[in-house]
Design a protein around this ligand. Structure first.
Ligand SMILES: Cc1cc2nc3c(=O)[nH]c(=O)nc-3n(C[C@H](O)[C@H](O)[C@H](O)COP(=O)(O)OP(=O)(O)OC[C@H]3O[C@@H](n4cnc5c(N)ncnc54)[C@H](O)[C@@H]3O)c2cc1C
Length: 361
């Protein structure tokens, strides 16, 4: 019997995890990733609940534990920098926190010999033919696949191609912000500092690289379009939101201008009536992003990948049945995570609360 041939878009968390489980069950797997190399994202991600079972099933739990950032908690400070409280480690670092780059690299390593990885490319067209899907790429030769999976994140390319460009699936949670690193001039040692005001938050921490300070400057906004602006405009939005603030803020704003690893993003969720169309299914943030404020995105991506693969194997490739079973099993968990992501964003500041009246979950 010929092996089912599948294509996965995205080689971060959900993509390689799905590749691992499908290859193990006899699938012929190709992964296409837009980035030229395995991604080296600067921030840390954490694991909670059943995600540990998924890591153990992939036999990488011990290796992942070896990258524990060993964060020691976060100090809450007021606008003059005076300590006003402590947050336990778990609030930001879950049950285990590692640099995202370590997770992505390990997932790539355990699949690289068995799965074909194509870096620096992207799908441009998906055309169902009845018995398979014809796929075109930006650079590579066109091909035919039995199934295609979108594991390409909150702004998923596969979702746009398979579901249409504007199905209103992105829900902005009323906060945007920047992340970057600078010299660890505060001497933080696996510790965080959080200053949260009316509609702004400064979060500073240092983990394994003790020379670097990771800076996150978030602000309440009802304008998701900041994500599509130039870096100069994004920086200006941050400066406007933090204008007149004291403590470390002026110095951090100066450091933002010099940062080589400047990142800007909005807290968004993905809400879809269905996670699949025909022979295409979505997994991880692409299908049901719960927003970084949920602290559940990485766990959800791993659990989603295993659940999807499990149902495909259980139904011996009856993809329609498998996709329905996958969604039925996972949706309550996702809804709960999305509620957590919403609540965390809504407690962030008065403006954010006003911007996002409680939606249906
Ligand atoms: C600043 C920040 C902090 C976060 N903190 C946490 C945390 O503490 N805990 C936690 O659990 N989660 C956290 N998250 C969320 C977490 O990173 C995601 O939920 C998780 O990575 C989802 O994995 P994924 O594989 O579904 O998507 P992603 O990790 O987003 O990966 C998508 C992949 O698809 C690729 N791609 C995109 N477009 C294309 C294309 N056209 N063709 C091919 N490939 C493409 C991308 O390059 C990327 O490699 C955070 C996110 C951010 C932004």
């Amino acid at each position: 019997m010929t092996k089912p041939k599948v294509l996965i878009s995205g080689a971060s968390v959900a993509g390689p995890a799905l590749a691992y489980f499908l290859h193990r069950s006899g699938y012929d797997v190709t992964v296409v990733e837009r980035a030229p190399l395995v991604r080296d994202s600067g921030y840390a991600v954490d694991f909670r609940g059943a995600a540990f079972e998924v890591l153990a099933e992939m036999a990488i739990l011990d290796e992942i534990r070896g990258h524990d950032t060993k964060m020691r908690g976060t100090t809450l400070v007021d606008d003059s920098g005076t300590e006003i409280g402590q947050l336990p480690t778990e609030s930001f670092a879950g049950e285990l926190e590692v640099p995202k780059s370590a997770l992505t690299r390990i997932l790539h390593e355990i699949t690289a010999d068995d799965v074909e990885y194509i870096f620096g490319d992207s799908i441009t067209a998906l055309a169902p033919t009845g018995s398979d899907i014809a796929v075109e790429f930006e650079r590579g030769a066109a091909g035919k696949f039995d199934l295609v999976f979108g594991a390409d994140g909150v702004h998923s390319n596969v979702r746009r191609l398979a579901f249409g460009p504007a199905v209103g699936e992105l829900r902005h949670l009323g906060m945007s912000g920047t992340g970057f690193t600078t010299a660890n001039y505060l001497g933080l040692d696996r510790q965080g500092l959080l200053q949260s005001g009316q509609g702004t938050a400064v979060y500073l921490f240092s983990t394994q690289d003790s020379d670097r300070l990771t800076v996150s400057l978030s602000f309440a906004t009802v304008s998701p379009e900041w994500d599509r602006c130039s870096r100069a405009e994004q920086e200006q939005a941050v400066r406007t939101a933090f204008a007149g603030q004291g403590w470390e803020v002026p110095r951090l704003l100066d450091a933002m201008a010099d940062a080589e690893d400047f990142y800007f993003g909005s807290s968004c969720q993905v809400h879809l009536d269905a996670w699949s169309r025909g022979r295409v299914a979505l997994v991880g943030d692409a299908g049901y992003c719960a927003a970084p404020t949920s602290g559940m995105g990485t766990s959800q991506a791993l659990i989603g990948a295993r659940t999807l693969a499990h149902h495909l194997v259980e139904t011996t490739g009856d993809h329609e049945y498998a996709f329905t079973a996958y969604e039925t099993e996972l949706r309550p968990y996702v809804t709960d995570n999305q509620m957590k992501g919403y609540r965390a964003a809504a407690t962030f500041g008065a403006a954010a609360q006003a911007a996002s009246t409680q939606p249906d979950y």
